[in-house]
Design a protein around this ligand. Structure first.
Ligand SMILES: Nc1ncnc2c1ncn2[C@@H]1O[C@H](COP(=O)(O)OP(=O)(O)OP(=O)(O)O)[C@@H](O)[C@H]1O
Ligand SMILES: [Mg+2]
Length: 349
């Protein structure tokens, strides 16, 4: 059963860096809340002005009630996603007890692994979606996402973690008795390793692997639960991007990768489109300025034509309902502007 766009519950706003994800996530959230939905926006690093509009004046990872002037009846909450400690929170969640948690968090090896895994912001976003998806106090949940070099990374974060935990080398160490294996250090290979890596390093690694014991299934289940929410028919994925060749090619790849995961793009937003400027034909201006204006006009005309070309390509190839949003020349952080942008995203619903 397909659920119309306006009746979805979770709206994920994804796309490359700097295209307007945070702005449009806030817009959609404001729009829904003004319409009477109890709305939550999960936001990532909003610019200062936008944070102020959302009532997120200081850095806080608590749920905040947002008061919208002129719309006192609107029920809007905002929550700032914190990527910094995302993995620590997962360890805390899955650890069997306080002692196991502390031991892992304090392990030097754990820190190295967390850094090399990357994507902690993506993981934080996915985690919070799961946490709030089951919270009945929200009718609509709008999820702003971190800029991802390759947008599909967003969905891969929980999987990467689960895969890492299932890696053969980890289960091998654990099966072999983990810590004891290193402690004995009798085997030739272990001695050689100790010489290369240092015994303290090996000890930390062994402790870490032993400590992780019993937590793997938690990670795997978490990944499956995230995928279930993302694939659910009340979740909409909105791709925000720009009408250019590079963005077009990237979006095709992204759509392919999403489809492989059984996730469909519900809506495409081409943001910050240049409007068409008619030529200025004032004869009162001096020659030099007229030539300059003419050059500027030609530049915008070309830009406009290119945008049109790529917007058509998007429409033809992606086959997804598309919203076109113009580049505004005034700040996009005022409440009425955001509400207007939100109305544009939802169209005439
Ligand atoms: N339609 C628009 N017209 C003019 N400016 C816009 C428009 N949409 C967004 N902007 C501006 O573009 C800048 C980037 O927007 P925003 O922070 O929302 O992007 P983002 O995709 O969340 O970036 P990041 O990937 O870094 O998180 C901001 O200054 C915002 O005000
Ligand atoms: Mg952003």
């Amino acid at each position: 059963m397909t659920v119309p766009f306006s009746e979805k519950r979770i709206y994920l706003i994804g796309g490359p860096g700097g295209v307007g994800k945070t702005t449009l996530a806030a817009s959609l959230a404001i729009r829904f809340s003004v319409q009477g939905y109890r709305t939550l926006v999960l936001t990532v690093d909003p610019a200062k002005r936008l944070a102020q509009t959302l009532g997120l004046t200081s850095f806080s990872t608590e749920l905040r009630k947002v008061t919208l002037t002129d719309h006192p009846q609107a029920e809007l909450h905002a929550y700032m996603l914190d990527g910094e400690h995302a993995f620590d929170r997962i360890i805390a969640r899955f650890a069997k007890n306080e002692q196991q948690k502390q031991k892992i968090l304090e392990n030097r090896f754990y820190r190295t692994i967390v850094e090399s895994l990357g994507g902690s912001h993506e993981y934080a976003a996915m985690e919070q979606i799961l946490a709030f998806a089951s919270d009945p106090q929200f009718d609509k949940i709008i999820v702003d996402t971190p800029p991802t070099q390759n947008a599909i990374d967003l969905f891969k974060a929980p999987q990467r973690l689960a895969d890492f935990m299932d890696a053969p080398v980890i289960s091998w160490f654990q099966k072999k008795g983990g810590f004891q294996l290193f402690q004995k250090g009798t085997q030739l290979a272990m001695k050689a390793l100790q010489n290369i890596l240092g015994s303290e390093f090996l000890e930390q690694l062994a402790l870490f692997l032993t400590d992780l014991q019993g937590m793997q299934s938690g990670f795997r289940e978490r990944h499956l639960a995230v995928m279930e929410v993302l694939r659910g028919n009340t979740t909409a994925f909105i791709l925000v991007t720009q009408a250019s060749e590079a963005r077009f090619l990237e979006s095709l790849e992204f759509q392919k990768a999403l489809n492989q995961e059984n996730i469909q793009i519900s809506q495409l937003i081409l943001n910050r489109l240049e409007r068409y400027w008619p030529p200025l034909t004032s004869t009162q201006l001096p020659e030099a300025q007229r030539t300059w204006l003419h050059g500027l006009h030609e530049y915008f005309e070309e830009l406009h034509a290119l945008q049109e070309k790529w917007a058509k390509a998007f429409e033809a190839e992606l086959g997804v309902p598309t919203v076109y949003i113009q580049r505004l020349s005034h700040p996009t952080t005022e409440l009425h502007t955001l509400l207007d942008l939100g109305n544009q995203i939802t169209g005439s619903l």
